[in-house]
Ligand binder design. Structure first.
Ligand SMILES: Nc1ncnc2c1ncn2[C@@H]1O[C@H](COP(=O)(O)OP(=O)(O)OP(=O)(O)O)[C@@H](O)[C@H]1O
Ligand SMILES: [Mg+2]
Length: 283
């Protein structure tokens, strides 16, 4: 079997020791099922995200990746099965208890979801004003610290309308981390960005992982991003995490659906440069 044509762009080997990855579960899905009307999106989905790792969730459009993130945040409850966060079963928690659980998470939405009428500074300050009693001075310090982390210290007075796509994502990321979450959820962080800007975001994900000592879940279609940032892949297909393993295992996996997905994604992403003579796009 030949390896898939996916370049490893990681700057250095992603040893589990370097990342302080443990085998301690942070989030667990146990036999989770969820349907919307007649559409069974998750069926018997099992997944463990370990503390300190970057887990990439790969899957086709409509496979349930965003639904999975919403279940982690307790924004949706499963029809059956359990969801555990730091050993606490959150499946049946009442809404006011879920607020406490949600503070463990920072979420970067696909659209960045900035408030267009507020400056960059105010966008990032917003969660602090909503959820803390911090003084103006403390808020300013926290906002500037987060802007520094995403390399946007010069942008605090800009309005979202004047930002490029990559800058919007970075502001969204600064807002996602302003309450110092233990876990960061990224929904399609590089989708819609050019490859160079996408790589800047990938490097930021890796950088934050070590600086903030967090656990991350990255949902993406972008396999170059997946292989840049991930410690492990969970491949969501037909409602279950059909294949879960390390990046090196993914490259040589026998799972035919995963291979087809990776190959199609690699060929699509690499055209026309990586298309070899005689290689059909669909094979
Ligand atoms: N609130 C909802 N009501 C009805 N159907 C929903 C709801 N949320 C999600 N779905 C359906 O569940 C399926 C999975 O949706 P989800 O948004 O998780 O897909 P995804 O894997 O994130 O796809 P994409 O890559 O396009 O973002 C889709 O068919 C979607 O239409
Ligand atoms: Mg989605």
């Amino acid at each position: 079997m030949t390896d898939l044509p996916i370049a490893d762009r990681r700057a250095e080997p992603r040893g589990t020791d370097r990342r302080r990855t443990t085998r301690e579960p942070f989030v667990e899905f146990q036999n989770v099922a969820k349907a919307y009307g007649p559409k069974q999106v998750l069926r018997d989905a099992n997944l463990t995200v370990y503390r300190g790792e970057v887990l990439v969730i790969l899957g086709g459009s409509g496979s349930g990746k965003s639904v999975t993130l919403r279940h982690m945040l307790g924004l949706e409850a499963p029809d059956s099965g359990r969801i555990i966060v730091e050993e606490e079963d959150i499946t049946d928690l009442p809404e006011q208890e879920l607020y406490r659980v949600r503070k463990k998470f920072g979420m970067l939405f696909q659209s960045a979801a900035l408030f267009d009428s507020m400056s960059v500074f105010e966008n990032i300050a917003f969660p602090l004003r909503e959820h803390t009693e911090m003084s103006e001075e403390e808020i300013a310090r926290a906002v500037r610290e987060k802007l520094e982390l995403v390399n946007l210290h010069h942008a605090e007075q800009l309005m979202p309308v004047s930002l490029s796509g990559g800058m919007r994502k970075r502001v969204g990321l600064a807002r996602a981390i302003v309450l110092d979450p233990k876990m960061i959820l990224y929904d399609e962080p590089t989708t819609g960005l050019d490859p160079i800007t996408g790589q800047v975001i990938n490097e930021l994900i890796i950088d934050l992982q070590s600086k903030l000592n967090v656990t991350s879940v990255v949902v993406t279609h972008d396999i170059h991003s997946a292989f840049s940032v991930g410690d492990r892949i969970a491949f969501l297909n037909h409602g279950t995490f059909e294949w879960i393993g390390t990046m090196d295992q993914a490259r040589v996996s026998d799972d035919s659906d995963l291979r087809a997905f990776l190959k199609a994604s690699a060929v699509t992403a690499a055209q026309p440069e990586m298309k070899r003579p005689g290689e059909a796009v669909s094979d």
